[in-house]
Design a protein around this ligand. Structure first.
Ligand SMILES: Cc1ncc(COP(=O)(O)O)c(C=O)c1O
Length: 463
């Protein structure tokens, strides 16, 4: 690319990015085009000669725009999606500009060091054991997979089975003990590792989806052989936390490995206001947590944190004669994740922690939880609207009349586009799930959104 063309190209992208983000607040919180429309619009001109970069850029933005979800908008409450903060986006751009492959410390000392120091800061922020190793992965799904691979390796080694040399076939059976409302991605991770329903014991949970400590104790009492126990910090529908102190004590007494899925909830430990919810979580052996949720980094970014560094590396390391080892105290990033080549996620994490600081992170999480309670007050005051969960964190499960009416209300809200929410089935009921997880969401955004939801509900009720 010619120098002037390169300058114009990058300048134009930066100008576009600023304009796009400045418009987040006023844009409809829904895509304007359907998937079928977008397949048509995104048709790829597979020409012989290609096209000039500026033309390509303008085509890509124009063609994609109508089908973009408003995930960076302040009234996006679907799933649990952080706002891809511009600071993290900029650091991610730099990562691509620098073109860093973070597989090993020799190829990119800066990228490897950014991961190491950011990892240490994460342990500090969430008050987890400082000796833990941190792998930078795509999402909490892969983080749990990675942690559970380390768990599998360690619990088998403890009974004399070296899975790295002997493999899984013929290994002593492992019992998995988890809450019956564990997140679906935990079951995915277990499936990738060779576990099926027959290996899993599900423990009863309370009305908010948190495991009963007594039921966990009973399940553990009956379990034999190597055990992996899995608990949860932040239930996807209710935000509930399992009773970690009791669970960890029981797990330890049985010699079990305890993993905690804390995709968003583990961040509660970084706040003075909600730290108590995650009390005892530091007693576990491994943790999965997302950066792209409550740290607001862009997708994809999550952390597989393991107390036992050697088990973590044993499960993940990819030895090859052409790759530098991790000697002299240097950490090879690929020793702690399933991939060799990947983007250097440490820079965006470094940037977000540096930008927000300890107080900025804590204040944002505290504010989101207060906004969730504000939603509950506004919606719960309306006849026919039920808040089904105890709003302990940033998640709400709301019913508008019966299941059919709740579905119809969600559809109307989505169509209206003032805000975005999704639905789910929980405890035999259709719910609207609201997640407050965008740094830019204000009280006014909650009020406008609650009004839009109640307007949709009124229309459904009178239909
Ligand atoms: C509790 C919990 N675990 C795991 C996940 C999966 O996270 P990811 O989509 O980042 O893989 C989520 C996503 O919302 C979650 O809420």
């Amino acid at each position: 690319m010619h120098r002037y063309e390169l300058e114009a190209f990058f300048t134009q992208i930066a100008a576009y990015a600023a304009k796009r983000r400045l418009g987040d607040k006023d844009r409809k919180h829904r895509p304007n085009a359907s998937y079928a429309d977008m397949l048509e619009r995104m048709r790829l001109p597979l020409s012989n000669d290609g096209m000039p970069v500026l033309e390509m850029l303008s085509r890509l933005t124009q063609q994609a725009e109508p089908g973009l979800g408003a995930m960076t908008g302040p009234r996006f409450f679907g799933w649990v999606i952080g706002g891809s903060n511009p600071v993290g986006v900029a650091a991610d751009w730099l990562t691509s500009v620098w073109g860093q492959n973070v597989a090993n410390h020799l190829a990119s000392p800066a990228a490897a060091a950014a991961e190491e120091v950011s990892g240490k800061a994460l342990l500090d922020l969430m008050e987890l054991p400082r000796e833990s190793s941190v792998g930078f992965v795509t999402g909490a799904t892969m983080a749990s997979f990675t942690c559970l691979a380390a768990a599998r390796s360690e619990v088998l080694l403890c009974v004399g089975w070296d899975i790295e040399t002997k493999g899984i076939f013929g290994a002593p059976p492992i019992t998995i003990v988890l809450g019956e409302e564990a997140h679906s991605t935990i079951f995915a991770g277990l499936k990738y590792l060779g576990f099926g329903d027959a290996n899993i014991v599900k423990v009863a949970v309370d009305g908010n989806g948190a495991m009963y400590a007594a039921a966990f104790a009973e399940a553990m009492e009956k379990a034999t052989g190597p055990i992996i126990a899995i608990a949860q910090a932040g239930h996807i529908n209710s935000g509930a936390f399992d009773p970690f102190t009791d669970i960890a004590r029981i797990a330890k007494a049985k010699g079990a490995w305890l993993h905690i899925d804390g995709a968003f909830g583990l961040w509660a430990r970084a706040t003075p206001t909600h730290r108590h919810l995650g009390e005892g979580a530091d007693l576990a052996d491994s943790w999965s947590v997302d950066g792209h949720k409550w740290l607001q980094t862009p997708y994809d970014c999550a952390y597989a944190i393991v107390r036992h560094r050697e088990a973590h590396a044993r499960a993940m390391r990819i030895p090859a004669s052409y790759l530098p080892g991790a000697g002299d105290g240097a950490r090879n990033p690929s020793d702690y994740v399933p991939e060799l080549s990947r983007r250097a996620r440490g820079f965006a994490t470094w940037a977000m922690i540096a930008h927000l600081g300890r107080k900025g992170i804590a204040d944002m999480i505290t504010r989101h939880c207060a906004l969730a309670r504000r939603f509950a007050q506004r919606l719960g005051a309306e006849p026919g609207v039920e808040i089904l969960n105890d709003v302990v964190l940033n998640q709400l499960a709301v019913a508008f009349g019966d299941d059919r009416q709740t579905q119809a209300t969600i559809a109307r809200v989505q169509q209206d586009g003032v805000c975005f929410v999704g639905g789910a089935q929980w405890r035999g009921r259709q719910i609207m799930r609201i997640s407050v997880c965008n740094e830019n969401t204000t009280e006014a955004d909650v009020d406008i959104s609650a009004e839009a939801m109640l307007k949709a509900w009124a229309a459904v009720r009178s239909a």
